[in-house]
Design a binder for this molecule. Structure first.
Ligand SMILES: NC(=O)c1ccc[n+]([C@@H]2O[C@H](COP(=O)([O-])OP(=O)(O)OC[C@H]3O[C@@H](n4cnc5c(N)ncnc54)[C@H](O)[C@@H]3O)[C@@H](O)[C@H]2O)c1
Length: 394
């Protein structure tokens, strides 16, 4: 099947589905878009049209190109009676509600109408691809294609085969998505895949330091931004993502790892969510975004800032090394995922090598001694690399 002429289907036209449809259509492929709720596909096309006309204003594309992109996004109607409209699709990506039962029933109905060689993909960010595929009679053609929000802007896509996924399906999907102009990495079907797992300490360790009164949010953000080179501080970023969303991801990763303390959510974040302080979208989160609110000033104490950065960075590097150790992805893909998926200033393994693996190990051992918590346990691979005097990125 010629990949360029492959008919793509996207089910679910919310934030992610409409972004994915725009990516596919921008790459010159036609895409069928559907949703369960009336009017959503029309809204999606209107949002995409607006984004395309911004591109025209900025001379990123011509009006004729923008019109052609929009014309390639075809309204497949409302999914009420079934998925017949998708019978000619060679690839269908689902971006519906994050609920296992909803996704399972979608795929078990969908697989009956598509061709036997059609690929079925889920954009889930927190469910196991294996669990979704488990509802299918032919699970070997199911794969995870995890886009980041907003899909047209974020360059990274994690390709996530389940243990039952046929290798040729993974390879085909990776090459197809690369053809859409995205950077792909392959992740195993484990909680949080690469980015949402490895990034946990960025938030978690910052929250711990806040709760201990080591520094306030403005100071921790300042340290991570100014001394660490991160584009946003952890609290600014959580407010931007939405504390409800960030908390849900943290909980899901923690529970999926059978309550491993390394991923434990913070009570502070839970309380914020309980109070509706979701961040920017509610005008209040860690910061106050209301009219007239005064932004708190950080304490620009370099020694304090360095200690905040060093602690969080040790946890981040350890998490990246442990992801290599547990074969979540190749070292190169872990570096790519963190720099392209969440804009880290550099890959964590290379960063750890620059600091020195023994220094990272020393920081973790000191934290573990002081707190007596398993949360700070160094990855066995970190210990081995220090013992064997080998780099983390190899
Ligand atoms: N928002 C993110 O940052 C993000 C990032 C990566 C992945 N994801 C994942 O993408 C998926 C969609 O997330 P979203 O943020 O776009 O959600 P959303 O709420 O914006 O959109 C979901 C859409 O699916 C529709 N829908 C629900 N059940 C359906 C069904 N059975 N058939 C067809 N349509 C149905 C809803 O009407 C809604 O329009 C989820 O699995 C989510 O975990 C989200």
């Amino acid at each position: 099947m010629a990949e360029r002429s492959l008919q793509v289907g996207v089910i679910g036209a919310g934030a992610m589905g409409r972004g994915i449809a725009q990516v596919v259509a921008s790459a010159g492929q036609s895409v069928l878009l559907a949703d369960a709720s009336p009017g959503v596909v029309e809204q999606a096309r209107a949002t995409i049209a607006k984004a395309l006309s911004r591109d025209v204003d900025k001379k990123r594309r011509t009006q004729a190109e923008a019109d052609a992109v929009l014309a390639r996004i075809v309204d497949a109607g409302i999914i009420a009676t079934g998925y017949e409209a998708f019978h000619g699709c060679g690839l269908v990506i689902e971006a519906v509600l994050e609920r296992l039962d909803v996704k399972q029933s979608l795929f078990s109905a969908l697989e009956r109408v598509v061709a036997p060689d059609a690929i079925l993909a889920t954009n889930t960010s927190s469910l196991s691809v294996a669990a979704i595929a488990g509802a299918c009679a032919n699970p070997e053609r199911m794969v995870g294609i995890h886009f980041f929000n907003p899909a047209p802007v974020m360059p990274l896509v994690e390709i996530v085969p389940a243990i039952v996924t046929d290798r040729s399906v993974t390879e085909r999907v990776a090459s197809l998505v690369s053809g859409w102009g995205k950077t792909t990495v392959i992740a195993t079907d484990t909680p949080g895949f690469i980015v949402n797992r490895v990034a946990r300490p960025f938030y978690g360790e910052s929250l711990r330091q806040l709760e201990e009164g080591i520094a306030d949010v403005a100071t921790i953000d300042w340290a991570m931004r100014e001394l660490g080179g991160f584009r946003m501080g952890p609290f600014e970023l959580m407010d931007f993502i939405g504390n409800d969303v960030n908390y849900a991801v943290t909980r899901s990763v923690f529970e999926s790892f059978f309550n491993d303390p390394r991923y434990a959510p913070a009570l502070t974040q839970q309380r914020l969510v309980e109070s509706g302080l979701y961040g920017r979208k509610r005008d209040r989160g860690y910061y106050d975004y209301r009219e007239g609110a005064v932004r708190p000033e950080p304490v620009k104490d370099e020694a304090l800032g360095r200690s905040i950065l060093d602690r969080t960075l040790a946890m981040l590097v350890n998490e990246a090394v442990d992801a290599v150790h547990r074969r979540v992805a190749s070292p190169a893909d872990i570096e790519t995922a963190m720099t392209r998926g969440v804009n880290y200033p550099r890959g964590l393994l290379a960063w750890g090598d620059e600091i020195g693996p023994a220094v990272i190990l020393g920081r973790l051992e000191a934290l573990q001694d002081e707190y007596g918590e398993d949360r700070y346990r160094p990855s066995p691979l970190l210990r081995r690399r220090v013992r064997d005097r080998l780099p983390l990125l190899s």
